[in-house]
Each structure stands twice: as C-alpha cells, then as structure tokens.
Design a protein around this ligand. Sequence first.
Ligand code: WTA
Length: 662
Amino acid sequence: MTVEEPKQNPTHALYKPNFRTERYPKNRTPWISSFEQYKAMHEQSINEPDVFWRLRASELVEFNTPFHTVCSGSLSEGNVKWFEGGKLNISYNCVDRWAEKTPDAVAIIYEADQPGGAKSVTYKELLDQVSRIAGVFKSFGLEKGDTVAIYMPMVPEAAATMLACTRLGLVHNVVFAGFSAHSLAERIRDSNSKVVVTSDQGLRGGKIIHNKKIVDEALLTCPSVTKVLVFERTGAEVPMQQGRDVSWSKALSEQNEFVPPVFVDSEDPMFIMYTSGSTGKPKGLLHTTAGYLVGVAMTARYSFDLSSGDVICSTADVGWITGHSYAVYGPLCLGVTTVIFESIPNYPDGSRLWKVVEDHKVTHLYTAPTAIRSLRRLGDEFVNCTDLSSLRVIASVGEPINPEAWVWYKSVVGKDLCPVVDTYWQTETGSHLITAIPFATTTKPGSATFPMFGIEPAILDPNTGEELTGPNVKGVLCIKKPWPSIARSILGDHDRYLTTYMHAYKGVYFTGDAAMRDEDGYYWINGRVDDVINVSGHRMSTAEIESAIIQNESVAESAVVGIEDEITGQSICAFVTLQAGLKESDQIKKSIIAKIRSEIGPIATPKNLVFVNELPKNRFGKILRRILRKIASGESDQLGDLSTVADPHSITELVARVHIML
Ligand code: WTA
C-alpha cells in the first residue's frame, strides 16, 4: 500500500472566525465560541470519556430507562457497546418531544423537484404521519427487529418512513433510488427485508424515475418480501400486485389510532446502510440505537452550531449516510428545521440551490465539493442574483475539497461572513470524525482541521503500522478509541468487519484513507488507499464495476481505476480487453455500459472506457492498477519503477493506445 503526495497544496491562508463580526444573531452566542473551549472539551472527551459522554447523552437525548455503563468493549475485539442498560426510542426523541414542546415549529421543509412546489411539515403533523405509517407497519405484522427496505425519492415521506421504523424498533435499510433493480434486490436479500416502501415514480431534475417498476423487477428474486407500500409521488398509474402492494394514501388514511413509541435497548439495531468496499460485494453496515443518536445529535450541534430556530439544508439524498445523519436524525433530534431537497442544484438552472436558500431562509448549508465545483463553473451571477443573507454556516462533505472551491464557497457564497466547515467522516463512522468548529477553529482551505470530540486520530506508516507522531507526517489514517456512532458490524459478516477495519492495524480503527498532519497539527485528507473510488462523493468499488463488465461475453478482462476529475473529484476509467478474435465496436461498448447500469446503476457509468490489447501485469499475473491510473491521468512520463511488469513492451503499446482514446 502506498500513500501518495497530498492532492491539495497545503496553503498558508488562515481564516480566523469571529462570531461578533460574522453573521450571528446578536442575542445568541455559539455553542463553542473559542478554540480554547474546543480544546478543553476535546481533552475531556479523550481523558474522561465517561464524564464527557454522560453529559452529552443527558443534554441531547431522552432515555426512558437510564443507562448504567457509558462504554464497554474495544476496537480490536470489535465488540464496542455504548450506553448499555438504557432504553429509548429514536422517533420519540426526534418527533414526539418536539410535537409536545413546539408543535407548530416546522420540522421539514420540502422543496420539490419542480420549483414552486414547496411545503412545510410541522412537528405535530410529522408525528401524525409517523404514527400512521407505524400503524400500517403493524398491520403488516412487522415486529421489533424486522427489516424494512426503503426505495424512495427525497420527499418528507421518506424521512417519516425511517422514523416510523424506529418507532417500532424496526431496522431500516434505505437504498438510494438511483441503484438498479439488481443492486436493490441484492440489498433486500442480504438484509432479509420483509417489506419495501417505495413510490410510484420519482422526479429528479425533471426526469422521471420508475421506482415501482424497479422494485417490481427486484422482487422477482426476493421471496422474503410480503408487502410493498407505494407512496403516490406523481400519481401515475402503476401495476399493483394484489395482496402484496398497498397504496400509501389509502393505508395511511385508514389508521385511526395513535401508535406509541416502543422503547428499545441502546444497542438494538437501528439501521443498515450498504456501502462499497474493496471487494465486489457491498457491505451492510449495522448501526445501533443510542450511540448513533447521541453521535449525530452531538456533532450536528457542535460542528454546525445548530440551535432551535435554525434551518439546515443538507443536499445529500436520504439514501446516503449524510442524508441519514444530517438531513434527518441530527437536525430532528435537536428540534430544528430540515430542508428536504428533491431536485439537483442546477435544475432548472444554476441558481436553484441559491434560490432554495433564499426562499427558505436557510441558515446552514451542507453540500458536496462536486456541487460546489460545478456551480462555481457556472459563474458568480447565479449566486449574486439571490439573497443569501440568511446563511450563517456553510459546510462540505464527501470528498476532499480543493482550496479554489473552498475559497469560492467562502467568499462568493458566504460573502466572507460565514465559516466554512469541512467535515470528514464515513458511512462506518455514523458522524463527523474530523471537522472545523464554525466559530472556534481557524481554518485553512482544503483541510478538515481537527478531530471531533471523542476522536483520537493517529497517522500510521502504511507498511509498518507504526504511529507517526508529531507534525508534518503522512500515512494512513486510523482512530485509536471507540466513539458512540461507530458501526457495530457488517450484517452477516462480522469477520469481514474485523478484518477490514479492526485488524488492518493493531488496536485501531482503519479508515481506508490517507492523511497528512501539517506543521500546525491540521489534518488533510488525501483520499482512499484501497480500491474504493469516490465519484461526486459517491463511494464505489472498482471490483464491483469490473465484475459487471466481465459479465459481457465479449470481454476477456477488465480493470477499473479512478482518475482525478475537475468536477466530480474522481471519474471512472475502465480498461477492457476482448476475447481473442473479437474486434472492438461501439455496439460492444454500449452493451458493456448497459450492463453496468443495470447491475449497479447509472452512477457507476464510466466516463472513459478504453479497449486495449493487454493489461499491464506483474509476473504473478496481478494487474498493475498503479500504472493504469498514471496512464489514464496523462502521466505516462511518470510511471515509476517498471521492473515488476511482466511484459514492459505492453506498456508502450498501452500508452500509445490510451493517448488516442482519451
Ligand atoms: C471521503 C460520506 C475528504 C473519504 C460521509 C471517506 C472525505 C469516504 C470527506 C466516505 C472530506 C468524506 N474530506 N474526504 N470532508 N468526507 N470523504 O461512506 O474518502 O459515503 O473514506 O461517507 O469519503 O464516504 P461515505
């Protein structure tokens, strides 16, 4: 494993926050208003974790039965438990208690795909809806511990469905409604989901997505599913299978009784979220109840400085972990307003996202570098024609943010009056690991800055596993101590969980990312060191794409690499060799791409697909991706040591070929 040079050039520009001169309500002070306060809290979280977390848990979450032990178990044994002995209910914490205290406060603002179709849902209304959905689930015979798959567009009903699952102690498995029928089926089967909640159709950027049709196709191979609840998003006629498919509007309107929350144990499973790993099979990461909720509420409060009355817009779909933690559970657990944005930032034009901020007086914007880069490219006029004066904190997630995009975000979007918060974390970690604190941390463009509370990072030498202490070191990023929202297992494969995360390096959690700590102790994330690529903030496994490609009978071999892309961070480049005697053609190319889209989904479509005569291999037949990556990135003059290549002549041919193709 090699660690490459940091992509960003650490700049020395420093941005010191000051809530008195930035946009901050006069009658409030930030949760954390100085770096000293951050440091003191961080030190306590590491040196006295019991004291720190007991306090946070009691401030942020209501337990029905108090816990007796804050934390037990260890990373190396992969048996971490948090808040044991406690009983609680997630939907009670995110909905009921606010419906009691502030019933008319807005829980969700729905910004529909077509501009002009916004609507608000108050906490009281959300409670009514969550209770009705829970009632429908009960009528389906679902019981605590059963799994429900959710394949829905970004609508408030998706969040309500997730909350309804937690109300009964059901485990949800949200699958991004851009995945193909094949991927959905794989996730339904692996999680043994009994019920699927979907919509007739979805709408994104004016395009229709045939959700119900995709579910129908997926269910041909999912015998465990007995009921499908179909939300009417567009009202289109869709085939309904008698006995199995149930209309959302009809079923919910028939519910007359209030369904009380079921209090579950702190460590009871809460949800499964599939993500890509180094191998072809997606991993179903299992998150549990109390630790997850405390983790997301704590980070939502401190990383964003969120308080009641604030409006957060997290543009990530609920099908991803960011949608779970910071569009649904974090904001609602704090009783603030969350904007569910169904569309895309540039539909119908480049001012859409900014209009959303203006229309709904968004105070906190949370989006991905890809979106920032592509909106920046459209020009400042789209930003400047809107009123963004409601914004107070602007945040980024999903991939490293390059300093140019960071500075544009800060100056053009934030008018130099809002701190930029770059949050580094993962599906596995549930909540932020490394992030600036908006009104406390002096930021450097491109650096995620310092560890969140409870997080003790370590940079290790990738080959020896030795910790590299002090400033100016780079290596693989690991975390030394357990934190509440860490995933507890990979569903059905605890061994894979142990090998991937806990045993790669002794006694620590391995993130799979490379990082650098600079002379001032700032962390810079340099991207994955495994075979995971990150396109527009979406994680994909090269092995998964390769296995879709080789299903085409014309294909002999394939190798997929991620290469740097100005807008999407990385893009997919696939190298393909054909069976002997076959000639490349547009038709073969089209059928390979169609297979990738049907096996995984449109998000896995390669930007470049190159037919080559031979792939570079070492003497043991292992494909040398490092070389392919360099060639695809136009760095054929920097291929480095070629002594391991079995047939060095193949490289010359490959370089010439790729040069013509790309
Ligand atoms: C990358 C998304 C740099 C990283 C929350 C990580 C980032 C993977 C950042 C997790 C960031 C996420 N800076 N890299 N601020 N945030 N990443 O599971 O490689 O979809 O391992 O979770 O995205 O992606 P995931």
